[in-house]
Ligand binder design. Structure first.
Ligand code: KG4
Length: 334
């Protein structure tokens, strides 16, 4: 079965072509950094408008790269939520319209499900069950994944997502958008022990996260330095902030894997592209005799290939959508 997958939940317009859930024939991503960079964050209205301009060129490119035409496609899968509704509606409506015209089925996919299965885009991937940490700009959640459509939530953030904290701290330090890569680049030249920022453990067994206190602590530190006329050690602030985020993500993910009796831990989401997180997670997993699986960075950040995999399995379970199906901003999985 040849699948055309579409993703437009936030600020990337993406399309992919897959054969079942096995062969990725094309994977195209058009990012909007140029549109949002000067605002230091995503402007939803501008994001939707750029999706409208980008959707057809991106889909056409994916079909060309795969060496097929729209007439060869058997199934269309598109992100239905969560995300910015204006952005989601562009990709989801486009997908439903194309499917209607062609007379082929369309499935709506939860973006979180895509991240939970993105490891299956790698040549080698783990068997179910596994524990998964999805850590992105909109979510920081832990799941027990028992099959391609069965996910049990173990814990989630009570306030900011980790990626959101990266973006806000980067904005405070004038490092630009997106903040994650900018912070991790600056952190490479800093001392992670320079400033002791707080870690929110939220109790001994808790699998929930909280990053707003950490963010406030960075804001207070920066304001104090500015008030006292002290030089801002940006590299040290970035390294110390990143270390505080990584410490909590690593320990909670290990805790979740133990509590859910899994032997494998899988990462997903944009922040999972962070090299410090990947290294520290692999080290801790080795110590705990847990298999750590990290998708390639290109499959961590938003992409349509993961939506194709999740969509294929939803289709096998009969979950097609009608033309009047709506997008949603909050995930029922979370
Ligand atoms: O998964 P994603 O592409 O989009 C969402 O669904 O949110 O994740 C984007 C988030 C942004 O907050 C971005 O700053 C963060 O992932 N990010 C990173 C890195 N690359 C992207 N955070 C830390 N280190 C990185 N290398």
């Amino acid at each position: 079965m040849l699948i055309l997958a579409i993703e437009s939940s936030c600020d990337d317009t993406a399309a992919a072509v897959l054969e079942d859930d096995r062969v990725l024939r094309a994977n195209v991503i058009s990012s909007q950094f140029d549109v949002h960079a000067r605002f230091g964050g995503i402007v939803p209205e501008l994001a939707s408008r750029r999706h409208i301009e980008a959707i057809w060129p991106v889909v056409s490119q994916a079909l060309d790269d795969a060496g097929v035409t729209i007439a060869d496609i058997d199934l269309i899968a598109a992100t239905r939520g969560p995300g910015l509704v204006g952005s989601l509606l562009v990709g989801f409506t486009f997908a439903k319209a194309l499917a209607l015209v062609r007379g082929i089925p369309c499935v709506g996919v939860d973006h979180m499900a895509g991240h939970l299965l993105s490891i299956r885009l790698e040549q080698e991937y783990p068997a179910f069950p596994y524990t998964a940490l999805v850590v992105s700009g909109g979510n920081t959640s832990l799941f027990r994944v028992t099959g391609p459509t069965t996910f049990a939530l173990l814990g989630r953030t009570r306030d900011d997502a980790a990626g959101e904290a990266f973006d806000k701290v980067a904005k405070l330090l004038d490092l630009g958008y997106p903040g994650g890569p900018a912070i991790s680049e600056a952190a490479a030249h800093g001392d992670p022990e320079a400033i002791r920022f707080p870690r929110a453990w939220l109790g001994e067994d808790s699998l929930d996260f909280s990053f707003s206190g950490l963010k406030t602590s960075v804001v207070n530190h920066v304001h104090r330095c500015r008030q006292l006329g002290q030089p801002l050690e940006v590299a040290d602030i970035c390294a110390s902030f990143q270390e505080a985020v990584v410490d909590v993500l690593v320990e909670k993910a290990i805790r979740a894997t133990r509590q859910s009796h899994c032997r494998t831990l899988v990462l997903g989401g944009g922040v999972a592209a962070n090299q410090r997180l990947r290294r520290r997670m692999r080290q801790r997993c080795q110590e705990e005799d847990i298999v750590c699986c990290t998708p390639s960075p290109v499959f961590c950040t938003d992409n349509a290939a993961m939506i194709g995999i999740a969509g294929y399995h939803r289709y096998l379970q009969g979950h097609t959508v009608r033309p009047d199906a709506d997008a949603y901003s909050r995930s029922p999985l979370n």
